[in-house]
Design a protein around this ligand. Structure first.
Ligand SMILES: [Zn+2]
Ligand SMILES: [Zn+2]
Length: 254
């Protein structure tokens, strides 16, 4: 099994790095795709058939979901290999309406995704069986309904993903003893003079990784105009374990 960072740029895509998309690929069976921001579907084609993945949304800001209508096109209209069965889609409660509007041909109409995805809203702290995995969602602090995810693989390995969030103790439970913790560090080194209740900095990520006893901290969601080196320095002030900066194409075997 491996985790592949398809894109990890924050807020918008960057040259060579699409916006958010994280693929959890088992040795066999269906993958999990956490978020599908702009550019992610193209990158995904380098690794597998896009039809063979369940879809998990942390939230519905554009940088996390805008390639979803294109995924529907792939699943429905691929001329030789359209999707053969429905996959699961998990997300905030209004996901089918919000993304259905994005995918509709006529303004204000809603494209019904139920022909190709079986949608379920997240239930907070409820272990959802999805394919061969178990996924638990935790509420995060962000301007819209948003979740972090804790994924337990069939081999017992644990992947945690913060989604977008300000500092929250919920994230400590989400990342508890995780083998890898994909944590946003949008603001760079510190959160000084940044907008409240929206994002974290490297220092926040380091504090949570230590409190959670996460085994490998991977910093994500740093915008093209951001400060990745500062984010690393901030995380290092509070976390002694391995820290990596994410990039498109990063593969982590588990
Ligand atoms: Zn975002
Ligand atoms: Zn967001």
């Amino acid at each position: 099994m491996k985790v592949i960072v398809l894109g990890s740029s924050g807020s918008v895509g960057a040259p060579g790095n699409p916006a958010s998309g994280y693929l959890i690929q088992p040795s066999n069976g269906q993958s999990l795709l956490m978020d599908i921001g702009p550019g992610v579907l193209a990158k995904m084609q380098e690794y597998q058939n896009p039809n063979d993945a369940h879809m998990l949304f942390s939230h519905l800001h554009p940088d996390h979901c805008l390639d979803f209508p294109s995924l529907l096109v792939w699943r429905r209209y691929h001329p030789t290999a359209p999707a053969q069965h429905r996959n699961i889609c998990m997300g905030p409660h209004h996901t089918p309406i919000h993304l259905g509007r994005l995918s509709a041909d006529i303004p204000d109409e809603v494209d019904d995704m139920s022909d190709t995805f079986d949608f379920h809203p997240w239930r907070i702290r409820h272990p959802h069986p999805i394919g061969d995995f178990t996924v638990t969602a935790y509420p995060t602090i962000h301007p819209i309904e948003s979740y972090a995810m804790r994924v337990t693989a069939p081999n017992g390995r644990i992947i945690a993903y913060s989604g977008d969030s300000a500092y929250s103790t919920e994230l400590i439970d989400c990342a508890r003893n995780a083998d890898i913790f994909l944590c946003e560090a949008n603001w760079g080194k510190s959160c000084d003079n940044k907008a409240p209740n929206m994002h974290m900095c490297g220092q926040d990520a380091g504090i949570i990784a230590t409190k959670a006893n996460a085994k490998h901290l991977i910093l994500v969601h740093i915008p093209p105009w951001g400060d990745p080196i500062g984010a690393m320095e901030g995380a290092r002030q509070h976390y002694d374990g391995p820290i990596s900066l994410s990039y498109s194409g990063m593969e982590i075997p588990l």
